[in-house]
Design a protein around this ligand. Structure first.
Ligand code: GDP
Length: 423
């Protein structure tokens, strides 16, 4: 069984925990898009791990992790992550981690450009400043440097020279910066290449071969549906396809090999950074849920904006993503609320809108139409069976299911591995 796990909102849905649970039963976990701007948090007992580039399944012995071609790899960040795990007693071997030859490499100029561009914008996107956007831009304008290039000093030299020739002009003339020295970057990246060489291979061939041997694969999406470059709240999005379509193109595994799509959905909504957010809470409620849900970015530490569950968004994500099952995450965060609201539609210029709109003005000004439900007002993290949840919590979950139109299979009720209900 080959499964894709995606986020159905603006990311941070708790995919890390879901993937950690699901990866127990699969042989290979594949990251297929994004870069070190992603952040997945996994708790194992008293230990907490935050992953940016490594698939979270790296914690499971004997499982293989793949960084697919759709990912942009910052070798410095990746090696730091690997070294950090080593210090905690987890050595990442080339048998366990495979990096795609044709994945693109984040360069120092990408990181700097990310910050400079954001600074110049009047309407800031809220980028994490990790150089992800500029790296994807180079991939599309065909001047990117790939892992395979890094392993061939002659090719790397020529490509880096070409890039610096153009980019240094740009840094000097547009941003009034001094630009980059070839020798410094070259020797820094050659060091990375030496350390990463053994991990790099044609991961598309590798994964397909494993699939033909009946091995199971979990495709680990980063970010969420509304950060998708095509289907998200553009331009407040990330630079890759975070929806299911990113999995085949970002891994080289055909759509026909994918058996199931599971989407992680938070029991409420959050988003980091700028951009429209119809169901955003008022400041008091925002602060309350942020504190309870510990809604601070795993990558940047930024406070996340919080709001009510928005079924208009999740329905759209379900249609464009072909979701088979939903995993409701962080239901316990709503434990103490007296009443809980769900957005069933939007109201705009006197009309009821059932569907998400790509019109920036509509999505910024649309007013949510809410259904109000009573809260359960008791802790639920010890419950392991759906029927043992308080009736109000069951009713809330069932209403979410009905509004989105996709069966809810998992309900997460705490950050620990075992705090989950499987229906
Ligand atoms: P991801 O990027 O989608 O994996 O999301 P994060 O890594 O930001 O995960 C969200 C945070 O929520 C992490 O700190 C998790 O430990 C935590 N978490 C996951 N599921 C639950 C849950 O059901 N309840 C609570 N209270 N916390 C959870």
């Amino acid at each position: 069984m080959n499964i894709v796990v995606v986020g159905a909102q603006w990311g941070d849905e708790g995919k890390g925990k879901l993937i950690d649970i699901l990866s127990k039963d699969v042989d290979i976990t594949v990251r297929y898009q994004g870069g070190s701007n992603a952040g997945h948090t996994v708790r194992v007992g008293d230990e907490q791990y935050v992953f940016h580039l490594l698939p979270s399944a790296i914690l499971r012995k004997g499982k293989i992790c793949v960084i697919g071609n759709g990912v942009v790899v910052d070798p410095k960040a990746l090696l730091e992550e690997m070294d950090g795990l080593k210090r905690r007693g987890i050595a990442v071997t080339p048998k366990q981690l495979k990096i795609a030859v044709n994945s693109h490499v984040v360069m120092p100029y990408h990181r700097i450009l990310d910050g400079l561009r954001e600074k110049m914008r009047e309407h800031k996107i809220g980028t994490t400043g990790r150089g992800i956007g500029p790296c994807y831009a180079d991939k599309v304008t065909r001047c990117g440097i790939r892992m395979v290039d890094l392993l061939n000093p002659r090719v790397f030299r020529a490509k880096l020279q070409d890039n610096l020739r153009e980019k240094n002009e740009y840094f000097k003339k547009v941003f009034n910066q001094k630009g980059f020295h070839f020798d410094e970057i070259y020797s820094e990246y050659m060091t990375y290449a030496r350390r990463l060489r053994a991990y790099v291979c044609d991961t598309a061939l590798f994964v397909n071969e494993e699939i033909s041997k009946k091995k199971s694969v979990l495709f680990e999406g980063a970010q969420g549906a509304f950060l998708d470059i095509d289907f998200g709240t553009y331009p407040y999005v990330t630079s890759s396809n975070t929806t299911v379509g990113g999995a085949p193109s970002g891994s080289g595994v055909a759509v026909t090999s994918i058996d199931k799509v599971i989407a992680a959905v938070k029991a409420y909504t959050t988003r980091v950074g700028e951009g429209p957010f119809p169901t955003e809470f008022d400041p008091k409620m925002d602060e309350e849920i942020r504190a309870k849900g510990k809604e601070f970015g795993a990558t940047t530490g930024r406070a996340r904006r919080c709001g009510w569950f928005d079924s208009v968004l999740v329905r759209y994500a379900a249609v464009t993503g072909g979701f088979d099952e939903l995993a409701i995450m962080k239901l316990d965060v709503l434990d103490e609320l007296k009443t809980i609201k769900l957005c069933s539609a939007y109201k705009y210029k006197g009309k009821i809108l059932k569907d998400f709109s790509h019109d920036y003005e509509v999505i910024c000004r649309a007013k949510p139409v809410y259904i109000e439900m009573p809260g359960w007002q008791k802790p639920i993290n010890a419950v392991r069976e759906f029927r043992k949840l308080p009736p109000q919590a069951r009713a809330y979950v069932e209403r979410m299911e009905e509004l989105v139109g996709v069966p809810i299979k998992y309900i997460s009720i705490g950050s620990e591995r075992d705090e989950i209900i499987v229906r």
